[in-house]
Every structure is written in C-alpha cells, then in structure tokens.
Design a protein around this ligand. Structure first.
Ligand code: ZN
Length: 370
C-alpha cells in the first residue's frame, strides 16, 4: 500500500460524508467527500466510519478455558481496534498476557484480577489466600502502562464462602494502587445491596443488565436505590453481555427508567463467540439498535465513552494529527433474530456489520459475520 492513501466517501454516524487521508500512519486530512487528495484511494460509498471500536470487557488469554480467546480473533478481525481484558489474569500470568498483546495487531489493555491465579479456575476468589496483596502491588508497578484497573468477580460461584470479603480487599487495593475496580455482578450471595455501596466514582459495574435474581432491578423492573445512588456517585455501567449476563427484559427496564448507556462490551471468549449468544461486539451493538438507542448512542458506547473512561481521549475521536485508528462498518437492513442470555428472542431488521479497520497505518478488511 502507498504511504499516503485516501478513504473516500465514508459516512460519519451523523450522516456527514467525508474523505480521510492517511500518511505514514497519521490522519493528515479530513475533507468533505470528493475532496481528499492522495496517490491511492479506496472507495467506501455507503460505509460508515468511527474511531476504532473499544471493547471494555473481553477474555483474551487463550491458555484459559473456558474464558479465553485469541487477541486478534476478538479484536481487529471483528472491527475492534482496542480490547480490554477483564481480569483473565492475576499476578501469576499477567506478564504473559501483556507480551502476547505486544505481538498482536489489536491494542490490548487489561484489568488485573485481584486473585493471583486469575481465571485458571472459575472460583478464583473462593480461597482468600489466592488474594496476595503484595503480588497485586508488584504487578501494578511492573505493568503500569497496560493495566487500567483491578477486577473482582463478586458472585456466588466465584467467591463461595468468602462472601463480601474479596470486595473489601479489592476496595483497599484499588485505593492503594489508584486503579479503579471493575466488579462483575451475578447470582448472590453476596446480595447486590451489599456490593454496590462499596463502589466509587469511576469504578465499573459490568453485567449491569443481567437478568439473574440478584440483579439491579426489582420484580417490577424498577432500578434499585443502590443503583441510582451509584450512578450519582459516578460509578460506570458496562454491559459485559457474555453467555449469561444480558437480558432484553432488564435492558428494556433500564431504557424505560432512563438509565444512561455508558459502555457496551461483549465479554467475549471462544465459546460464546462461536456458539452465541455473543458472536461479536458488532452483534451486541445491533441488539442495542433494536432496543431503540440511536446509532450515535450505540457507537459512542464503544468509542468516545470507552475512551473517556480509559482517559485516552485520542482513542475515541477522528482528528488530524492523530494516529489513524478507525473502524469501517455497514448498516444492513435484513431480518434477524436476536437471543439474549435468558433464551428470550427478539425479531429485528437492522444489523451492524464490520467492514474493516485502520490500525498501524494499514487498512485491514474484516471477514467475520456480525
Ligand atoms: Zn468476563
């Protein structure tokens, strides 16, 4: 590919048609469609562009089963230029995850699991001796540039008899390391009313639309008081669809009560990528279009909102002078049936399909279904 090239006739989510000129990895011009100048050009009439998608909750450490996958399989091949591994690894293996991120085309950040064994077992917080505070502090110091937070999975099958104690320790480690927490919620105990009050500004609740008994909404679909208070404290809400953590019923209740959409993430790994109900981040985004969010809201939830949370605003914008980090995608009208984690189905007629990405100065086409 030539050093300078133009992507022509792209559409922003606002509908504006533009050409983007890239030279030596950097965006050097953004013009109205038809005005871009360069040696080589690629026509993308009717294709949308946004800054590169960010998936804030994935499992990108293939050694672990079931919660693992290959970085680029869930990254650029799906139109996602930045992934954030959500605590697959604790202190024991975080170094291996960071090195494999350096080999991949997809940009990788990670939450460090407070359990040093990470997801080598799925009950990683059931023994308190697996939380070694010194190991956490050392790993944070060593891998600072890759780590964006600490992860604690606070649900019955993970914590067992440890109850709320792992979250108390996580809170203390978060304060000491100045890294926010991402807390996975699910079945209790611990009761959700005990968990949420321990979270502060910039901490993340992932799986906030889960449909399990211990979720954030009451039987009538009203948001719990602890959720409303958390939102007013600045706690961040993340979808983390996953195999078991997204319910249309709960998502519809959230919309009805005006709970703002912060970030949409997939919680993707091999099994739910190949067999559903996740398949890809694009597939999850299409579900939110179905729910009634606008295209702008849906794309912001994987671009600017995620970039702001990461405190890396350059990842959430298209701007002259920045390294090109773009996702190209189609909006296709076709009948589709969506399924949530409860087995509930919804019929829809619009899907978001990734076409390609620009990373590291290269245009790479996607070949994966959405
Ligand atoms: Zn997860």
């Amino acid at each position: 590919m030539q050093q300078q090239f133009v992507l022509r006739n792209l559409k922003r989510v606002t509908g504006e048609a533009i050409d983007i000129t890239i030279n030596n990895k950097v965006i050097v011009d953004i013009t109205p469609a038809g005005n871009g100048r360069g040696d080589a050009s690629f026509d993308f009439s009717d294709v949308y562009v946004s800054s590169g998608w960010i998936d804030l909750h994935v499992h990108a450490f293939p050694d672990f089963d079931p919660y693992g996958d290959e970085i680029d399989e869930i990254g650029i091949k799906q139109g996602v230029t930045t992934i954030v591994d959500a605590g697959s690894c604790g202190a024991d293996r975080i170094g291996d995850l960071v090195s494999s991120g350096e080999q991949a085309l997809t940009q990788l950040f990670a939450f460090l699991n407070i359990s040093h064994i990470g997801l080598s077992r799925v009950d990683e917080l059931s023994q308190l001796e697996w939380i070694n505070e010194e190991k956490v502090i050392d790993a944070v110091a060593k891998y600072k540039s890759s780590l964006v937070g600490l992860k604690a999975r606070i649900s019955q099958s993970v914590v067992g008899a440890s109850g709320i104690e792992p979250l108390r320790i996580a809170r203390k480690l978060s304060d000491e390391t100045e890294l926010p927490l991402m807390v996975h919620i699910g079945s209790g105990p611990p009761d959700i009313r005990e968990i949420v009050p321990l979270l502060s500004n910039r901490d993340v609740i992932t799986h906030y639309l889960n449909g399990k008994k211990n979720n954030l909404f009451d039987q009538e679909g009203n948001p719990l008081q602890v959720l409303l208070e958390a939102i007013s404290r600045g706690v961040h809400l993340d979808v983390g669809h996953g195999t078991a953590s997204f319910s249309f019923r709960v998502a519809e209740a959230a919309i009805q009560h005006g709970i703002a959409l912060n970030t949409i993430s997939s919680d993707i790994y091999r099994g739910n990528r190949m067999n559903g109900p996740v398949y890809s981040l694009a597939h999850v985004l299409s579900k939110f279009l179905y729910l009634g969010y606008s295209l702008e809201q849906v794309i912001s939830a994987v671009t600017s909102n995620a970039a702001e949370w990461l405190r890396k605003p350059e990842l959430g914008r298209i701007q002259i002078g920045d390294v090109a980090n773009l996702t190209l995608f189609d909006i296709r009208k076709e009948p589709v049936t969506f399924i949530d984690s409860e087995g509930d189905e919804r019929s829809a007629n619009t899907i978001i399909q990734p076409r390609g990405v620009v990373v590291n100065g290269k245009l790479i086409e996607c070949q994966i279904r959405s």
